[in-house]
Design a protein around this ligand. Structure first.
Ligand code: ADP
Ligand code: MG
Length: 325
């Protein structure tokens, strides 16, 4: 029901960037190859996500707004081997409960079935009608937190919110070089990736071509882990860790120890208190990772963490051996 959705929203949707993250993950799950994010006033006025993915069938759109109706967790084993990004079936209901939501979606190759236009306010569906067919899904979220003033009060600056949104789009762009992402804020294009599938080109879209040119490929494998990625030359440092992106089986994660292993790999080459730009892509057996630690799905527990740290540090220090530079 609506109260449960609002409570869930408090957990999962803390700011405009949370909405962007959940909607982008859905668009990626739907196999989109082009995703445009349009925001106004850092997402507080509106967030619109336009994708060219599989779309939602007409009789399933309203269902998608029901909590857990779509959860992809079918049995306990799934909890430990989650492959798709979404698995809880509560993002859309949560977002809908604290905003005005418009979904315009069509399924390709679905015979004569039309598309759908659904409008909800505070989680109540006020329109659900057939609409002309077009490719993919457009979801627009307006007046976020209009009915949760406490949440709204906690949001301090538009600049900070825009920063959070850019951050999540950057991370997802690096996790999905095969998808072309565009971010437009108040009519101005903020970033754009090519969607060629090449990680280095995704880096160029996110951080600029000249930065991407100063990033070096790394690669290391053992029986448990396969680590690849790009790290910046030691000269290209930043004042904080925000430019380090760690991907685990394609999912963006936060892990303090892995960040430390990356910095350790540079040895004395980095200045104290400075951090590299890096993307580290770790592939492991899903049984060795537990992604279900936190509802926002970014905290992950990894078995054999020490082994992984060693492998990452070693891969980076090897990349900066004098003979390889
Ligand atoms: P979850 O992603 O955990 O399944 P969500 O609440 O995020 O739950 O989304 C509910 C369902 O709506 C998804 O499982 C998916 O079937 C559908 N859906 C949401 N967004 C899209 C989209 N952009 N394209 C296609 N289907 C979508
Ligand atoms: Mg989802």
């Amino acid at each position: 029901d609506n109260l449960a959705n609002k409570i869930a929203a408090g957990e999962v949707i803390e700011r405009p960037a949370s909405v962007v993250k959940e909607l982008l993950e859905n668009a990626i799950d739907a196999k989109s190859t082009q995703i445009t994010v349009k925001i106004e006033e850092s997402g507080l006025k509106s967030i619109e996500i336009i994708d060219n993915g599989e779309g939602i069938a007409h009789d399933e759109v309203a269902l998608a707004l029901k909590r857990h109706a779509t959860s992809k967790i079918k049995d306990v084993d799934d909890l430990f081997r989650i492959r798709t990004l979404g698995f809880r079936g509560e993002a859309l209901p949560s977002i809908a409960s604290v905003s005005e939501l418009t979904i315009n979606t069509s399924v390709a190759d679905n015979g004569d079935e039309s598309g759908t236009l659904l409008v909800a306010k505070g989680g109540e569906i006020i329109q659900n009608s057939p609409a002309p067919k077009r490719v993919g899904t457009r979801i627009k979220v307006e007046n976020l937190f209009y009915n949760t003033p406490a949440r709204l009060k906690y949001i301090k600056s538009l600049q900070a919110e825009l920063g959070h949104i850019t951050d999540i789009i950057n991370r997802l762009s690096l996790a999905h070089p095969e998808v072309a992402f565009t971010l437009i804020n108040d009519g101005r294009e903020m970033m754009k990736t090519a969607g060629t599938g090449d990680l280095k080109q995704a880096l160029a879209g996110v951080y600029g071509i000249s930065t991407a040119k100063k990033m070096i490929a790394i690669s290391a494998q053992d029986l448990d882990f396969d680590v690849t990625g790009y790290v910046s030359l030691p000269e290209l440092t930043r004042a904080n860790r925000n430019y380090i992106t760690v991907l685990l089986n394609g999912r963006y994660i936060k892990n303090f120890l892995i960040n430390r292993a990356i910095v350790d790999g540079y040895g004395s080459k980095l200045m104290v208190g400075r951090f590299p730009i890096a993307v580290i892509d770790i592939k492991i057996d899903p049984f060795l990772a537990d992604v279900n630690v936190h509802p926002t799905k970014q905290e992950v527990r990894i078995s054999k963490e020490r082994e992984l740290m060693g492998l990452i540090s070693q891969a980076i220090s090897q990349a900066f051996q004098p003979q390889t530079l």
